[in-house]
Design a protein around this ligand. Structure first.
Ligand code: SAH
Length: 391
């Protein structure tokens, strides 16, 4: 495979995504999932990856060395990823949960694996790597001896990749009931079969703890709450009450059950609503909170989507600030890999201007350590957030 000049620069930087537009020539007729070499004009090997004619990401690169992309290769990468969590990051608590493999962050583009206690959830977002699933599962069983491994795919992602694969149990046994995991002093129920993504937002683990530090004595609005992680952490830490707001009814049911599990049900209310509508309505009614957490889904799916995403962040944060009392804490996030931290902070600052408020940014937040950022892929630094105190 040969590339445009720009494409060559990308491949030389070891960025794992080679887009279709960067390819000038394909020698031979590789099938979907085949290992392919990417070479410079003078024939030098730039990288080796897996080909997918169905995807905009035509090749996902896994190495810049002359080594086979075989069972042993993927097993070794998976084992290295698992060791980082257990031996380096200290995330081996058998009752806890951690992200074991984070796609590009672990140089395994297209593969995510989360551990929830003794169960593993595999999320596939790349077709090429799906062809190596068996050795990957063997490596996971060898490293962690899980009770069961289940497969999840995201519908949109599977379509974009031409990935035809059925969700279900891959190895061992999976419980019908949600699994309980421990995070610090807290317990959460995780639905491994029908929950969002793999079932729980492990990337916010540290941020739930950080946000809770501002919660005592305050009323908290937890906007885009999913299963109530921030509401539970805040009320457990002494918030007067928390309102968990989400559009998803199943998410709110999990939030209510999580509040009960942690004996804070009396302080946690759930409201099914659109975040923008709910915040506007609260602002109009003059409701003020001591803390507003805003954790919306990804607004930018591609580089082209960034300007519209920044506008949406500005609007959402402006509305949040209208519901924040004097001295209140705004805890705000963007999980769009394409939106930089600098641009996101600028959008929040603009929102403050729109709302006629001034902010003091007191903390920068990011994805938890088990979601490593690869030096080859800046987009793997996807989660950014701030705690800001509003005057
Ligand atoms: N804060 C959560 C994770 C949030 S993920 C945690 O710590 O676990 C984003 C959530 O936003 C999802 O639960 C999704 O259902 C919800 N959501 C998406 N669009 C929304 C909207 N327009 N209004 C309210 N919630 C929305």
């Amino acid at each position: 495979m040969r590339l445009t000049e720009r494409g060559e620069r990308v491949a030389r930087s070891r960025h794992p995504w080679i887009f279709s537009g960067a390819i000038t020539e394909v020698l031979g007729e590789p099938e979907a999932g085949t290992a392919v070499d990417v070479r410079s004009r003078d024939g030098t090997l730039l990288g080796r990856g897996l080909f997918n004619p169905h995807s905009q990401i035509r090749v996902r690169l896994y190495t810049d060395r002359d080594e086979p992309l075989d069972a042993a290769f993927f097993a070794a990468r998976v084992e290295a990823a698992a060791r980082l969590r257990t031996e380096v990051l200290g995330l081996g608590d058998p009752k806890g949960a951690s992200r074991l493999v984070f796609s590009e962050g672990d140089h395994l583009s297209g593969l995510t694996v989360d551990r929830y206690g003794s169960h593993l959830v595999v999320l596939l977002t790349g077709l090429g790597i799906s062809k190596h699933l068996e050795p990957i599962l063997d490596a996971l069983e060898g490293s962690l001896a899980p009770e069961g491994i289940v497969l999840r795919t995201e519908k949109g992602m599977a379509e974009a990749e031409g990935l035809i694969i059925e969700d279900g149990v891959l190895r061992g046994r999976m419980p019908e009931e949600p699994v309980e995991i421990v995070e610090g002093d807290l317990r959460f129920a995780v639905d491994l079969r029908t929950g969002q993504k793999t079932g729980f937002y492990l990337d916010q683990r540290e941020n739930r703890r950080r946000a809770a530090a501002y919660a005592p004595g305050r009323e908290v609005a937890d906007v885009c709450s999913y299963s109530g992680g921030f509401s539970v952490a805040a009320t457990w830490a002494g918030a007067e009450r928390a309102v968990a707001v989400d559009v998803s009814q199943p998410a709110l049911e999990l939030a209510a059950s999580n509040a009960e599990r942690n004996d804070v049900a009396a302080a946690v209310e759930t409201v099914r609503a659109n975040a923008f509508d709910w915040l506007s309505e609260q602002a109009e009614r003059g409701r003020r909170y001591g803390m507003v957490v805003v954790d919306p889904p990804r607004f930018a799916r591609s580089r082209r989507g960034v300007p519209a995403a920044l506008k949406a962040y500005r609007r959402l944060n402006g509305l949040a600030l209208r519901c924040l009392g004097e001295g209140g804490a705004l805890v705000t996030f963007s999980c769009s890999g394409r939106v930089s931290e600098v641009d996101f902070q600028a959008a929040v600052a603009q929102a403050a201007e729109d709302a006629g408020r001034r902010l003091r940014f007191v903390e920068r937040l990011a994805q938890a350590a088990d979601h490593p950022v690869s030096s080859d892929c800046p987009e793997s630094a996807y989660l950014k957030g701030f705690v800001a105190i509003a005057d």
